[in-house]
Design a protein around this ligand. Structure first.
Ligand SMILES: Nc1nc2c(ncn2[C@@H]2O[C@H](COP(=O)(O)OP(=O)(O)O)[C@@H](O)[C@H]2O)c(=O)[nH]1
Ligand SMILES: [Mg+2]
Length: 396
């Protein structure tokens, strides 16, 4: 079997991981360690500090990054108000409570002492900082960036409200207006100012918080993903709002890494406790549907936000898991469906990871469930992307 065939199924990294996790264990120990890995990944805390001047868009950013569709939704950070306390306010992700975005008090204008400010907001508890600035770049932004840098923390700089800049420039210049040129000017201006402040090579993103998916959103997501420590990536990616195809694709990839673990648990249980085995897959599939916004509640929210009929949204969904109840029968049917698509036989597959055969008597069960989970994620990605397109169709 060549590498290309193999890479369509399990990556070299997955195979190494399987070996490391399962080696020298009995079945009970292997199950425990697979479960522990999953729990640890899902419980990683992520604390993101959002700072900047009052009015720059901190609270708005916190709402949009948590997929709140309006600032009036329950649990939303209140926008358009001047902060009066020095206490940072945490806002948990709606689904992942250990992912928290901290609304920090606005940095003052006159007499701003960045080091004191950072002490007061307990800087050490954050994984990284996002500094938001609207309009002009100011001295205080440099002071803040320098202080964060000197405390060995990372910061990312968002220049917000570029929709406003673009609009007013479009009106003034009309013919000579060039959107990309203007955005580049804003980026370069921020980068040069920060570089001159001696904070290394700064990361600057221009965004409109009214239209988060535009401008530098994808680039920001890539940068954060690359820079975050490995163990934090999973939760970071899952907590992003499903607003671009790229976000959906990243979610699929990161969830794929857990699939061999679910398949292992499913096949390990399937001989002794059939019901429990199917419950595992059922829960995973439901969770994946929810992550891709394809469960009923997510679809209702989406249809409300865009003022679309929910049945119109549902009409573009093809995955059987998204359109009918996920029961044992359906899962069984799907388990055999996609195997033929893969040219390799499962004996070959096993020769790459013989260790699986030491644990699982019905090795084909592992092979089938693994493929089923990967294939269903591909379907969910496609469905989610079509639903998103449908929702935004003709809307202004
Ligand atoms: N047009 C536009 N308005 C924004 C943007 N970001 C924030 N705002 C508005 O700016 C005002 C201040 O935002 P807010 O989030 O309360 O700022 P905070 O004081 O930093 O928390 C609010 O009226 C927001 O709706 C943006 O990117 N574009
Ligand atoms: Mg605020």
């Amino acid at each position: 079997m060549d590498n290309e065939q193999m890479s369509g199924i399990l990556s070299e990294e997955d195979i190494q991981e399987i070996k490391t996790v399962l080696e020298n264990k009995n079945l009970a120990e292997a199950i425990e360690s697979v479960k522990t890995i999953i729990t640890n990944i899902e419980n990683v805390p992520l604390n993101v500090a959002i700072t900047g001047e009052s009015g720059s868009g901190k609270s708005t950013f916190i709402n949009v990054i948590r997929s709140l569709n309006t600032d009036e939704e329950e649990g939303a950070a209140i926008t358009g108000v001047v902060e009066t306390t020095m206490e940072p306010t945490p806002f948990s992700h709606l689904k992942y409570k250990n992912v928290k975005f901290w609304d920090l008090p606005g940095i003052g204008t006159a007499n701003f002492k960045a080091a004191d400010y950072l002490e007061k907001v307990h800087f050490s508890q954050y994984d990284f900082f996002i500094i938001i600035a609207s309009e002009r770049f100011k001295e205080n932004h440099i002071h803040l960036a320098q202080a964060i840098h000197s405390m060995n923390k990372k910061f990312y700089f968002i220049r917000s409200k570029v929709d406003v800049d673009l609009e007013s420039s479009r009106k003034r210049r009309n013919k000579s207006f060039n959107e990309e040129e203007m955005l580049q000017q804003i980026r370069v201006n921020c980068i040069i100012s920060l570089r001159d402040g001696g904070v290394g090579e700064p990361h600057v993103f221009v965004l409109s918080l009214m239209d988060l998916q535009k401008y530098d959103f994808n680039r920001m997501q890539n940068t954060l993903e690359e820079e975050l420590p490995r163990h934090k990536r999973h939760m970071f990616l899952l907590s992003l709002p499903n607003i671009t195809l790229q976000v959906l694709e990243r979610k699929r990839k990161i969830l794929n890494k857990l699939n061999w673990k679910w398949a292992f648990l499913f096949s390990a249980y399937s001989t002794a406790n059939h019901t429990k085995a199917y419950e595992i897959l059922q829960d995973v599939l439901k969770n994946h549907l929810n992550i891709f916004g394809l469960d009923n509640n997510s679809l209702i929210r989406l249809s409300n936000t865009f003022g679309k009929d929910i049945n119109d949204l549902k009409s573009v969904i093809k995955s059987p898991f998204a359109s009918t109840e996920i029961n044992q029968e359906l899962i069984q049917r799907q388990l055999t469906k996609n195997v033929a698509k893969y040219r390799i036989s499962f004996e070959n597959f096993l020769s790459y990871i013989p260790i699986i055969g030491d644990f699982i008597t019905e090795s084909a069960t592992f092979f089938r469930s693994y493929i089923m989970l990967c294939e269903s994620l591909k379907d969910f990605l496609e469905d989610a992307s079509n639903v998103l397109q449908k929702a935004m169709e003709d809307s202004t």
